[in-house]
Ligand binder design. Structure first.
Ligand code: UFG
Length: 335
């Protein structure tokens, strides 16, 4: 079965390509390599010993995207392609809306034209906005606090409308909590450009000596140690969740959203402690004021994915730290 993966060279995309190939799917990747490198796909092929078909195409490029559909026998799509930085989305909102939303609309148009109506969409826990309580389940009210989050929310709504209009569509919306870690081979992992915004890549860069110290954003939250609590989940577990979702949409129709999280919240200080323990590296840190837009606690109720997709996270926080570190050590300057 041929699966189209948009944004397949990215962090979650590349790990998902590994799982797809290992599960026997044929994989066609579309990526514009704006925020990713072709090297990640070379490594996916090294890890699996299998071949990927790669198109350097932007989802906004209708004509070339159509060629991808006409040249292949695509049966389902996993759609990762999109801009993903909250901070950047506040600076360049038009580009974010255009790239993420128009890109998805063009993709859906081509899917419809070629009668490909099965889609796994990469969403985010950011669509829960400021949740009223934790753990967060899929039925919680949705809202977003920044343009990036709004693109995810708008795309979820668009997909709902598409499925309401045509009952042949089958869509799984996957709401990721905080993916970290890397493939255990140490060959693929998170490769942010410039200063990392996210916690784990910042920690690994401090550990490898690229940055002096970690800034912890806020020590006065109403959490057990005052620092923010998140549901960190191993990227390989996230990737496996896509395979389960794909298996499900192949057999069904309609649209469902699923949280991909562990259900366990760790504070920033707990992540630092676990990282230090498994790597024997000291992470110097300072506690600064809160980062704008951050919430105190965010972790999933993962029961829906467990019940319906038969998926749950298998790796723990120490696996996540160990694997993130292995990728950093093997690739001190990224790909
Ligand atoms: N943090 C620090 N220092 C840093 C970076 C982060 O203390 O240098 C803290 C944050 O304040 C937060 C925690 O570490 O408490 C996690 O922060 P991340 O930036 O790693 O992740 P977020 O939870 O802020 O955001 C992530 C994704 C978003 C997504 C969101 C969904 O980056 O794209 O989860 O909940 F929208």
């Amino acid at each position: 079965m041929e699966i189209l993966v948009t944004g397949g060279a990215g962090y979650i995309g590349s790990h998902t390509c590994v799982e797809l190939l290992n599960s026997g799917y044929k994989v066609i990747v579309v990526d514009n390599f704006f925020n990713s490198k072709p090297e990640s796909l070379k490594r996916v092929q090294e890890i699996t010993g299998k071949h990927l078909k790669i198109y350097e195409v932007d989802t906004l490029d209708e004509v070339t995207l159509e060629k991808v559909f006409s040249e292949n026998n695509i049966e389902a799509v996993i759609h990762f392609a999109g801009f993903k930085s909250v901070g950047e989305s506040l600076q360049i909102p038009i580009l974010y809306y255009h790239n993420n939303i128009t890109g998805t609309l063009i993709l859906c148009e081509k899917m419809k034209k070629y009668n490909v109506k099965k889609l796994v969409f990469s969403s985010s826990a950011t669509v829960y906005g400021m949740p009223k309580s934790v753990p967060i389940s899929e039925s919680f009210p949705l809202s977003a606090n920044n343009p990036y989050g709004r693109t995810k929310l708008m795309i979820e709504t668009i997909l709902q409308d598409i499925c309401a209009a045509d009952k042949q569509w089958s869509v799984a919306i996957l709401r990721y909590f905080n993916p970290i870690g890397a493939h255990e081979s140490g060959k693929i992992g998170e490769d942010p450009s410039g200063t990392p915004n996210n916690l784990m890549p910042f920690i690994t860069q401090v550990a490898v000596g690229k940055r002096e110290k970690l800034s912890i954003f806020g020590g006065d939250y109403d959490t057990h140690d005052g620092t923010g609590v998140r549901d960190y989940i191993h990227v390989v577990d996230i990737a496996k969740g896509h395979i389960r979702a794909l298996e499900r949409i192949i057999k069904t129709s309609g649209i469902e959203a699923y949280n991909l999280g562990t259900g366990i919240g760790y504070s920033v200080l707990e992540v630092v402690k676990n990282f230090q323990k498994v790597t024997n590296k000291k992470i110097p840190y300072v506690i600064l004021k809160r980062r704008r837009g951050d919430i105190a606690e965010c972790y999933a109720d993962p029961i829906k994915a467990k019940t319906i997709l038969k998926w749950s996270a298998e790796k723990n926080i120490q696996d996540m730290c160990r694997d993130a570190w292995r990728f950093q050590v093997n690739n001190p300057n990224g790909y």
